[in-house]
Design a protein around this ligand. Sequence first.
Ligand SMILES: Cc1ncc(COP(=O)(O)O)c(C=O)c1O
Ligand SMILES: NCC(=O)CCC(=O)O
Length: 425
Amino acid sequence: MMTNSKLFSDAKKVIPSGVNSPVRYFEPYPFFTKKSNGAYLWDAENKKIIDFCNGYGALLLGHRRKEIISAVSNQLSKGTLYCTPTESEIELSKLIIGNFPSIDKVRLVNTGGEATMTAIRLARGFTKKKKIIKFEGCYHGAHDSVLVKAGSGSAHNGISVSDGGLDEVSKNTLVVQYNNIEDLQKTIQKNKDIAGVIVEPILANMGLILPEKNFLSDLRKITKENNIPLIFDEVVTGFRVAPGGAQEHFGIKPDITTMAKALSNGFTIAAVGGRKEIMDLLSPGGKVYQASTFAGNPISVSAAIASIKTINKIKNKLYSKLERFNLLFSTALDDMATDMNIPHQINFTASMFQIFFTNKPVTNYETSKKADSKKFEKMFRTLLKRGIFIAPSQFEVVFLSDAHTENDLNKTLDAYDAALKSVKK
Ligand SMILES: Cc1ncc(COP(=O)(O)O)c(C=O)c1O
Ligand SMILES: NCC(=O)CCC(=O)O
């Protein structure tokens, strides 16, 4: 049997740092997954692990969900890539538009990063302006204009602006504090050249940070008053917090929306959608260029159609169950840490939560950075020893899926109990 340790030493020889995305690495080495099903992963050493990383939020319905696997198997028998339009793309676009009333038209792309890159280019093409505003700690993918004071692996590895990124690009990205509407107002007043504001409506890349009351509605009001397109990056929140994403949950209409992850429950697809007059600027009808060989590929499209149909069919049960599980879990975890006298904060909403080891509320990049990440890593390691996998970094969140059972959650709470004890030592 191959061990995780042997696989990692092999991997390092042929893959930089042994991983294909930085967030997958943790000390001393990550486990290597052989297969998954429902709520579980099995590693190279045949250990069964309860998964709370869930494809960084993609697997809302759980691994190998039957409706999706059967739609994809059906498509596999008909071909994998045509590079011509298909009727399925129309069906998927109608489903997306049906769930997101702010969207008149939608382009399919492959990754969240590609979606935000296209959204920003569209905002620039529409306004003929240059600068974009992003919020500290929000992560929108690994491209130059958004990899500035970003969260996720970029915060974890202390990379505020990436080597190799162009200053000419990052200097056109203005960074504003999350949950600080005055900061946004001042930045808009000082700069006349703003093409768009991009935001994670719920910040899920600095741990979990919730928008304070009125933050998103004020953001909408101010951008509208100043004729600045507002981009909601719903790569994490789309379909996860509601069938129509955070914009449905908070009742706010952005001008452009990006989505990925739970859109397809584990296949490579993302989308950028928005108002007709903006979306129609895309080439070939317009002059904003976006293109990709794999965009709208029939495999991912079939997965996304099956995901949305499943979500829409079971939505009345799905979201209330996940919210109930999350409330029970987060409350029990809070009680446990309080009983142990461990300074902590728990932020939770819908099917996401995170614990921070700090006695101050976590409301933005700075307060998240001040939490004790060494304690978090200790907790992570104890959880993993006990067969529970959460994303390895303080700057990610814990994702529940429809496949988790009460029994899984009880086991996980026992593991958190041991993990908190290890933190206390
Ligand atoms: C909010 C948000 N936007 C964009 C992205 C980038 O998505 P991808 O990794 O598919 O490029 C992520 C990825 O984690 C994300 O969390
Ligand atoms: N929250 C950050 C991600 O989901 C990104 C995953 C990756 O970079 O592999």
